[in-house]
Design a protein around this ligand. Structure first.
Ligand SMILES: NC(=O)c1ccc[n+]([C@@H]2O[C@H](COP(=O)([O-])OP(=O)(O)OC[C@H]3O[C@@H](n4cnc5c(N)ncnc54)[C@H](O)[C@@H]3O)[C@@H](O)[C@H]2O)c1
Length: 361
């Protein structure tokens, strides 16, 4: 007999990603119960109705403590993860929290300390890991097919509409801390045997600053790793509003001692033009005529189901809880390293100076 644990899931934060996670959880065969909460009552009520959740509230703690709940998804905005994560750990309930784990390393440390002390598993939603091409890349590295990873180049572009939505939610959710973090995570995960020890970076302000946010439009960084690898990371979240990508347009190149992988993730191979317009998977009021299909960062809707990284990742986490099967969602220690590296990149760009890791407190 295969043992399968039944799951009752609390979703804290009923916004865009909380809604997606809830819909995916509601369809998972191990999930028997869903409770949702949000600061804004209407958001929680709307989501509860959409997924048939049994309880909706503005009281996060009451939802986490509900006796039917045995695992918690924290999908609140970037600066609001900590309290709900700590509350779940206190009650011994495993957590999936969205990236970035927190906005300060001190908050990330509190999560790590609490989860280690209580022996409660926390995972962080770095959903790029669950995009097929990056899973396949990891597999090649695990199989040793490109030898030792000696360097990488990764860059991600997006339209300014998405940057403005992120910065509107939280001014500290900058393109580096909130978006480049996925590629810092990929670099750290794929390199595996080393960690960043030194960062150089430069940035350029303009479009986002004119819109009221004192952050760089373009950031380029060079990272040296403890094992000698050198990695070039870049982000521009200020492409024109109607640029055809509806999420990350990326390119990832991984250089090994015995091979190389070039992952073209721009989606320029899937183009559609529509006079009727195409909606954005993430920004409700955004509509474009020309679209790179499949470029929605979390994934895309097709024939009534959601497909792509967030779907794969949510299912992998639920499978892991229900059956004990291994999953590769980021650990809080990995997420903390990603956060620290993105903060170092911003510091290096702001000061124009080399920054050593770990950052001093
Ligand atoms: N993996 C991905 O593809 C992906 C994509 C986008 C965003 N994200 C991450 O998901 C998280 C949420 O982003 P989003 O786009 O869903 O934002 P959103 O603004 O759509 O939703 C956030 C929700 O949290 C609620 N909220 C804020 N503080 C709260 C609190 N203290 N208690 C309860 N509810 C609270 C807000 O009212 C809102 O409904 C962020 O950490 C973001 O970085 C991940």
């Amino acid at each position: 007999m295969i043992e399968r644990k039944q799951l009752g899931i609390a979703v804290i934060g009923s916004g865009r990603i909380g809604t997606l996670r809830s819909r995916l959880a509601a369809e998972h065969p191990a999930v028997r119960f869903i409770a949702v909460s949000d600061l804004v009552e209407a958001n929680a009520q709307k989501l509860a109705k959409a997924v048939g959740a049994s309880v909706a509230s503005t009281d996060n703690r009451a939802i986490i403590a509900h006796p039917e709940v045995n695992a918690v998804i924290v999908s609140t905005s970037e600066g609001e993860h900590l309290d709900a994560v700590l509350a779940a750990i206190e009650l011994g309930k495993p957590v999936l929290v969205e990236k970035p784990i927190a906005l300060t390393t001190a908050d990330a440390d509190r999560i790590i300390a609490a989860s280690t002390k209580a022996g409660v598993e926390v995972r962080v939603g770095y959903s790029r890991r669950y995009k097929d091409r990056y899973l396949l890349a990891k597999e090649q590295i695990v199989q040793g097919r490109i030898g030792r990873v000696i360097g990488a180049a990764m860059r991600v572009y997006n339209s300014r509409s998405q940057a403005l939505a992120m910065l509107g939610r939280n001014p500290h959710a900058t393109p580096v801390v909130d978006a480049l973090t996925y590629y810092v995570d990929l670099a750290n995960w794929l390199l595996d045997t080393g960690s960043p020890v030194e960062v150089y970076a430069r940035g350029q302000k303009g479009v986002l600053k004119a819109a009221g946010h004192d952050v760089d439009d373009v950031s380029w960084a060079i990272l040296s790793y403890s094992n000698g690898a050198v990695v070039n990371l870049g982000v521009c979240y200020a492409l024109p509003e109607k640029y055809p990508s509806l999420g990350h347009a990326a390119r990832v190149e991984i250089l090994g001692s015995e091979g190389v992988m070039i992952l073209d993730d721009d989606h320029t191979d899937q183009i559609m033009y529509s006079e009727k317009g195409v909606p954005h998977v993430y920004l409700p009021d955004h509509n474009v005529n020309m679209v790179f299909m499949g470029s929605g960062t979390p994934g895309d809707w097709a024939l009534g189901d959601f497909w792509g990284p967030i779907a794969n990742e949510t299912r992998a986490w639920l499978d892991h809880l229900a059956t004990g099967k291994k999953c590769v969602l980021a650990t809080p220690q990995e997420a903390r390293a990603n956060l620290e590296t993105t903060l170092a990149i911003e510091l290096a760009a702001d000061t124009g100076r080399q920054v050593k890791l770990p950052l001093s407190a």
